[in-house]
Design a protein around this ligand. Structure first.
Ligand code: GDD
Ligand code: MN
Length: 374
């Protein structure tokens, strides 16, 4: 006789599958792409993974498609109220909802091949803190090529990141949106921009071991890209926020230095080639003092050593300035204008050398997770 007992029933006990890897996929209008993506991820991983879809209330019903996929696959859906609120925030929310210790971040449109996702995850499982998919490293590429304009924009953006963010320099593709990291890192991030979450991972988590995994960027499967012109502005703003507006502060300090030098040139009734020497020296010293106290106040250099190194770092700039301005004065240009042109000539080299050499990171830098900006 069957009992009416409420005892354990095989159907009520769900098998406990340990989720090791969470694939976080931000979506906005990707209904057509999601089924193909999930199927290919399932084939690639086999098991031990989950997909966390983070949808910003897509009008095309992406969330409904994701929910129906959840019947056959380990898919979970996070729906954010509000539309198109930014890929970066969606990724962080996905990481907060993730069950796995390792999180792979990828686009839904199949531009990032799902078969590469397990390779990225494997590198983090093996001990790396961050594994970045790269289009530009050896073995990587862009299928079908890109129009020259898009190539230049992508390379330019990458160059700018390397110029301004030391942590982006070792990467061949710092613009990548395809990477794996630990959940603890990703879930703790406060995004500084709408799109480039990898830059926040680099600057906020300070991953010690970073590896690259090449992949071939494919044409979009269906739908349209959400990146456009206004995201370039967002990107530049993001770089400024991450650097604490350093490049701008550095430029402002440089401008005060020009004022100082011009005053010295005005005060000294000497031929230009002679007066330029104390003019340059005085402004170097006031610039160093201001940069040490303000621009780089979070990583101050010791006074005498810093001041000396600042001279070394500025050697190229000093030489360029001195040569250019003297040539202009010889050509009959006013000494005040000649000096300004000379300063412009030396500016870029100065910033680069100061940032890498004078104000280089100390070994005893703040530890990875306490370095987060509030
Ligand atoms: N939830 C959410 N919210 N998702 C978004 C949003 C948003 O506001 N904006 C875009 N997405 C989703 C898209 O649906 C897609 O799955 C993914 O984020 C990437 O968006 P795309 O519009 O396809 O960007 P892309 O192809 O131009 O650029 C991507 O690839 C580049 C190369 O790896 C991005 O990942 C770039 O950051 C990356 O540089
Ligand atoms: Mn895309």
């Amino acid at each position: 006789m069957p009992t009416c007992d409420d005892g354990p029933n095989a159907e009520n006990i769900k098998p406990v599958i340990s989720t090791v890897i969470s694939v976080v996929v931000p979506t906005y209008n990707e209904a057509e792409n999601l089924p193909v993506l999930v199927e290919r991820l399932h084939k690639a991983f086999g098991g031990g993974y989950e997909v966390v879809v983070v949808d910003d209330s897509s009008p095309d019903g992406t969330a409904l498609v994701a929910e129906s996929l959840a019947r056959d696959f380990p898919v979970r859906v996070v729906v954010r109220r509000g539309r198109w609120m930014g890929l970066a925030g969606a990724v962080v929310e996905g990481a907060r909802a993730a069950l796995g210790e390792v999180v792979v971040v990828m686009d839904a449109d199949l531009q990032h091949p799902p078969e590469v996702a397990p390779l990225l995850a494997a590198r983090v499982l093996a001990g790396a803190d961050l594994a970045v998919g790269t289009r530009y490293g050896r073995g990587g590429g862009i299928e079908g090529g890109w129009p020259v304009a898009r190539r230049i924009i992508s390379r330019g953006a990458s160059l700018l990141a390397k110029l301004l963010l030391p942590e982006a320099r070792p990467l061949s593709d710092p613009m990548s949106g395809f990477f794996a990291a630990r959940r603890a890192c990703l879930s703790s991030i406060s995004p500084t921009g709408r799109y480039k979450i990898l830059l926040d991972v680099l600057s906020q988590c300070r991953p010690a071991e970073v590896v690259e995994v090449p992949y071939v960027f494919r044409p979009r499967h269906a739908g349209r890209s959400k990146l456009g012109l206004r995201h370039m502005a967002d990107y530049v703003l993001q770089l400024m926020r991450i650097t604490g507006w350093r490049p701008l502060k550095f430029a402002l300090v440089g401008a005060t230095g020009v004022g100082v030098a011009e005053a010295v040139l005005y005060a000294l009734p000497l031929p230009y080639w002679l007066a330029a020497v104390p003019a340059i020296e005085t402004s170097l010293t006031t610039n160093f003092a201001l940069n040490n106290a303000w621009t780089f106040r979070d990583r101050k250099a010791p006074w005498l050593r810093g001041w000396l190194k600042y001279h070394v770092a500025n050697l190229a700039g000093i030489a360029a300035n001195y040569a250019t301005s003297n040539a202009l004065v010889l050509a009959g240009v006013s000494r005040y204008l000649a000096y300004v042109v000379g300063v412009v000539a030396g500016f870029l080299a100065n910033y680069l050398l100061s940032e890498t050499y004078v104000f280089g990171r100390k070994a005893v830098d703040i530890s990875p997770r306490t370095s987060r900006r509030a």
